[in-house]
Design a protein around this ligand. Sequence first.
Ligand SMILES: [Mg+2]
Length: 121
Amino acid sequence: MRQLEEEAKQYMEQKYDNINFSSYQEMAAETAVYKSEHQVIYPALGLAAEAGEVANKVKKILRDGKFDREAIADEVGDCLWYIAALCRDLNVDMVELARGNLRKLHDRKVRGVIQGSGDKR
Ligand SMILES: [Mg+2]
């Protein structure tokens, strides 16, 4: 039994070594266990909650004077999972999402409107 567990763990570690947004999105879906009628809503609320957890860990820099990089990064990872789940529910490929976002930001930078506000700059 212990041998099988170890082999399974090594198999998963090898899968994780070659990860990209596409494979992450697929693997994250394997652990998405919420009801189908809760699609979009569940991951959107989860993302908001995890973003709050990031903010709470950062807040503790002010309160405790302690910068816990690993704890903050762990919460960012939780955000990533919810982003992957939300993308799946919206039928959005994370690679395409990332490309589109980079194109948008590059375009804003080139046009000199990277700073400021408004979704349609
Ligand atoms: Mg969390």
